[in-house]
Design a protein around this ligand. Structure first.
Ligand code: AGP
Length: 610
């Protein structure tokens, strides 16, 4: 949530910051602001709405400085107004601060500061920080020490950057629980909450860890812990091509990312299939594989779409590897008293690798002695770095807030983990080879499904005014029903529910009437006949039926109002194919409603607050 950019060097910081904020807008987009050093003061410009609005506001100003910071906000404390937007500044405007995260003890700190005479302009928790830093500066501390001491008093999470006109040669940055990276340039340095904001400037990246603080000058940086211990930070070479983070001719990132799936799926399995042995090779799991395959239980934990991927993983692992699996919402797992033993392995799935609940659950599992594995997309993310071992899904940057290609790549990686474990157990080489063949055929089949885009767009036209949607599937396809419903909710704001199809008669059937569209996932598998009965039940109540079935099916034509026929594969891989029409359906409905599919209201790509 929220994006941070900072620049110090010889160039004008303002266009660099605006460019970076635009790349980070997926993290939060309800308001934005920049702060630069201008003589004895920090000059701050803010605006409500997207970064383009801020750019317009800046357009009228002569804004130029070699040092500046910028922020795009996803509101937590206080409405998205200009006053609540960042940067926040002290009374004499010598210090300004941008912040991601939440200051949990802000009301206590605020009261203490108010007693000392500090006046607050905004309703934000962040404003506490700037006055707290100011109070330490006024006691004679350097900016670094003032920020350090302020952060020691703070409970909660932060990724922040601080400017002071009294110490104009530096930016101070620090992190706890909210990602922050430093980009190293030639006589210039950068800060950002995500590498993608910096890739046009540098590929030399330093990842800050929790409770680290850094003094960033134009030609050097010095890192410490907030408790004043010196630390050495490693510089990483990070390569992301520009076309990976641009729309590439598509009207939206979401559509681009849906269309990229043949390639992203291929990348997720590249070099990882060993056909001759009917198994998978996952370098990131090498040091953990014995413990993983000996584990008595696997717990998968994640949020949102990644949690749906985990549910599919449960079916795969139990069916083929014979290990009991539980799937937990990370947000629930961390707040109960879960029974975890050293014989348990936990897999944390996260596209961003920064989701606060997933990260906290992972740390708790680690404390309790479980083997902790990460399945992440973003290289170098917190979950990837803090897990004992893990597998990158290699889907490439996902910018659209609604997750699409990350989901299918997560499923591929879960299939690979299943294959690897199952072959160490009882799966035969022949069956392993069969799974590999099916996996290898997936990108081509996805390509075929994507050719149905026009047909799906036509279907979407009929549902622009729908108020509710039901998604039904069984077995492996029940999580796909959940994912289809989530996609529709997120971007079209149509209420949608996913259910196991057999549960329909236990309640949701009461909703069925001629205005209620129901999407059925009905591939030809062992529960096909049962699904058929569920379709009949909806038909009998005049519900509108949209069916996703396999090409070899004709039975469903007469029963369905709309039918999308896709290629088939083995059951464990069918979710990868079934979800694609659902992604396209949600996308087209939202576009036809004139909504902002890449940045839907109230959402942010990376949920780094609890
Ligand atoms: C998916 O479309 C969502 N925007 C959201 O549910 C997301 O999957 C969830 O926040 C988890 O994110 P992560 O995978 O980055 O941890």
């Amino acid at each position: 949530m929220c994006g941070i950019v900072g620049y110090i060097g010889n160039k004008n910081s303002v266009p660099i910051i605006i460019g970076g904020l635009k790349r980070l807008e997926y993290r939060g987009y309800d308001s934005a602001g920049v702060g630069i050093l201008a003589g004895d003061e920090c000059k701050v410009i803010k605006s409500v709405g997207k970064v383009a609005k801020l750019e317009q506001a800046i357009g009228n100003e002569q804004l130029e400085s070699n040092t500046g910071i910028g922020h795009t906000r996803w509101a937590t404390h206080g409405a998205p107004t200009e006053t609540n937007a960042h940067p926040h500044f002290n009374k004499d405007r010598t210090i300004c601060v941008i912040h991601n995260g939440i200051i949990e003890n802000y009301s206590v700190l605020k009261k203490e500061l108010q007693k000392k005479g500090y006046e607050f302009r905004s309703e934000t928790d962040t404003e506490v920080l700037v006055h707290l830093i100011d109070s330490f500066v006024k006691k004679g501390n350097s900016l670094l020490n003032a920020v350090r001491k302020a952060l020691i008093e703070v409970e909660g999470t932060f990724g922040l950057a601080v400017l002071s006109s009294k110490e104009p040669d530096k930016i101070i940055a620090a992190r706890r629980g909210s990602p922050l990276v430093l980009g190293i340039g030639n006589n210039e340095n950068f800060l950002a909450s995500d590498v993608t904001a910096l890739i046009t400037h540098t590929s030399q990246i330093v990842y800050l860890d929790d409770d680290e603080i850094v003094e960033v000058y134009k030609d050097k940086f010095e890192a410490k812990t907030i408790h004043d211990e010196q630390i050495q930070k490693e510089i990483h070479e990070v390569k992301i091509a520009l076309d990976e983070i641009s729309k590439g001719g598509y009207p939206h990132f979401m559509l681009k990312e849906i269309m990229e799936q043949p390639e992203s799926i291929t990348n997720s399995m590249r070099g990882r299939l060993i056909y001759e042995e009917g198994t998978a090779r996952l370098g990131g799991l090498r040091k953990a594989i014995d413990r993983l395959s000996d584990s008595k239980r696997i717990i998968i934990s994640a949020c949102g779409t990644s949690w749906h991927a985990g549910l599919v993983g449960e079916y795969m692992l139990e069916q083929f590897a014979g290990i009991p699996v539980e799937v937990e919402y990370a947000s629930e797992f961390r707040y109960r008293n879960p029974i975890i033993t050293k014989d348990d392995a936990m897999i944390f799935i996260s596209q961003s690798g920064e989701t606060a609940d997933t990260l906290a659950a992972m740390r708790e599992a680690k404390r309790r002695g479980a083997l902790v594995l990460g399945v992440c997309n973003v290289v170098g993310s917190s979950i990837a770095r803090e897990s004992d071992a893990g597998v990158y899904i290699h889907a490439g940057p996902e910018i659209g807030v609604a997750s699409t290609k990350a989901f299918t790549s997560q499923l591929v990686v879960l299939a690979l983990i299943t294959l690897l474990l199952a072959r160490r157990k009882s799966l035969s080489e022949q069956d392993g080879k069969m799974i590999i063949k099916e996996l290898q055929a997936i990108p081509e089949k996805v390509e075929q499904i994507l050719k149905l885009n026009d047909q799906i767009e036509e279907i979407a036209k009929n549902f622009v005014d729908a108020k509710n949607f039901l998604y039904l599937g069984r077995g492996y396809n029940f999580p796909v029903a959940l994912e289809g419903a989530l996609k529709l909710k997120e971007i079209s704001y149509i209420h949608a529910e996913g259910y196991p199809a057999a549960e329909m008669k236990h309640g949701p059937i009461a909703l069925i009437d001629k205005n209620m569209p129901t999407v059925f996932l009905a591939p030809r598998d062992s529960v096909y006949d049962k699904i058929l009965s569920n379709i009949e039940e909806v038909k009998a109540r005049e519900g509108k039926i949209i069916t996703i079935s396999t090409e070899d099916d004709e039975k469903l034509d007469a029963l369905s109002d709309y039918i999308i026929k896709i290629p088939g594969t083995i059951r464990m891989l069918m979710p990868i194919l079934n979800v694609i029409p659902l992604q396209l359906l949600a996308y087209h409905i939202a576009v036809k409603k004139g909504l902002d599919v890449d940045q839907p209201r109230n959402l942010a790509k990376s949920v780094t607050v609890e």
